[in-house]
Design a protein around this ligand. Sequence first.
Ligand SMILES: Cc1cc2nc3c(=O)[nH]c(=O)nc-3n(C[C@H](O)[C@H](O)[C@H](O)COP(=O)(O)O)c2cc1C
Length: 359
Amino acid sequence: MQQHNALREALSVAVHSPSSHNSQAWELKVTDNDDGTVLELGIDRNRELTALPGHRYEMLLSLGAYWYGLAVALRARGWALDCDAEPAASGRATIRGRMVPAEVSPDSKNDAALITERRTDRGAYAETPIRSDIRDALADAARTRPEWAPATPLPNVQLLTGSDELAEVAELTRQFAPRDFLHRKAWKETVHYLHRDAVAASASDGFSYGQIFGRRPWPIDHLVVALTSPALMPFIGRAGLADKLARGLASAVETGPGFLVLTAPNTVRSSSDWIWAGADMHRMWLAASRVNLGLHPVSVLLQHDDSRTVLEQRLGLSGRAFFAARIGHRLPGRVGTSAPRRDPLAVLSTPTAGTSAAN
Ligand SMILES: Cc1cc2nc3c(=O)[nH]c(=O)nc-3n(C[C@H](O)[C@H](O)[C@H](O)COP(=O)(O)O)c2cc1C
C-alpha cells in the first residue's frame, strides 16, 4: 500500500524526535479502514517515566514532539495527517490522525531533513549574543501551527539573556538540581536510561555517561559509574556529589548566552493540549537548529511544582512553564553527539500493523 511505504519512511525520520531521557515512549497503532489509514499515538507504558510529577508532562510533550516529526516527514512524502481535535474517548492520552493525500510543499523536505539533524547540545556555546530577530523567529515558530493542527492555546517563548536573569536561573539550578540525584526512584529511572560510553554506541535508547558528565579516561569513567549507581548515590550524593553536579550545571546556565522558557496559558489543561504543546516545542527547536542554535533542556527546574512556581515567580512569567533550556550558538565543530534510537518500526503496537507498514 502506497501510504504504508510513506509511513515506513516517515517513521525512520520521526524516531529522531526528542524525548525525555531519550525514552522514546511512543506507541503507534495503525488501522486501515474504509476511510483510509488511521494513526493513533499513545504512551508506551513499558518505557514511560513515572517517578516525578513533572514526568507526566514530559511524556506528553515527547508524544507531541514525535507526532510533529511524523506529520512533517509524511508531508515530505505527499501525505497530511488530518488530526482529531478532541481527545480520544478511551481517556488514554492519545492523538489520532487520518492519512490524506497532500501536496509536497517545497519546504517540507528540508524540514524533514532537519528532524534527523537536530540534537541536544549540552556543551559550551559561543559567546555571540542571540539577536532579537532570531528571538522573534523562535517565538513565531512556536506559535505558528501548521494548518493541520487544532487551535488549542499557543505557548509563549521567553528568552532570557541578561546577566541578572541568567544568574537568577543559575541560582535556582544550584538550589534544585541536587534533587535529580537524590530522589531514589527518579535516579533509578534515570540510570536505567544511562549507558556506559562503551555500551552507548550499541544501545537503542537513553544517553551515555559521557553526554551527561563529560568524557573521561576509562578508570575515572568506571569510578563515576560506580559512585553514581542507585545503591551509592543516596550516600555519595548527600556527601557532596549532588551539589557538585548541580554547581556544574548552574555554571553552564550562568555562562549563557541565553536561557529559554516556554510557558503555556493557564487554560492549557487536557492531555491533548500538552501533546500539542510538545509539537510546538519541537517546531521551535527545529527553528533554532536551522540557525545553528543549540538547546540543552534543564527540566529539573520544572519537575516539581515548588521549583517550577519559584522559577515562574522570580522571572515574572505568566502561565505554566513547561520547557526550560540553555540556548546558544553552537561553537564551530561542536555539534552534540547523536543519541541512539530504537528500530523505527518498534513503535508499532501490533504485529499486524508492523508487518503491513514494513511491507
Ligand atoms: C520534554 C523533554 C525534556 C528533556 N529534559 C532534558 C533534561 O533535563 N536534560 C537533558 O540533558 N536533556 C533533556 N532532554 C533532551 C533529551 O535527553 C534528548 O532529546 C534525548 O536524549 C534524545 O537526544 P537528541 O535530542 O540529541 O536527539 C529533554 C527532552 C525532552 C523532549
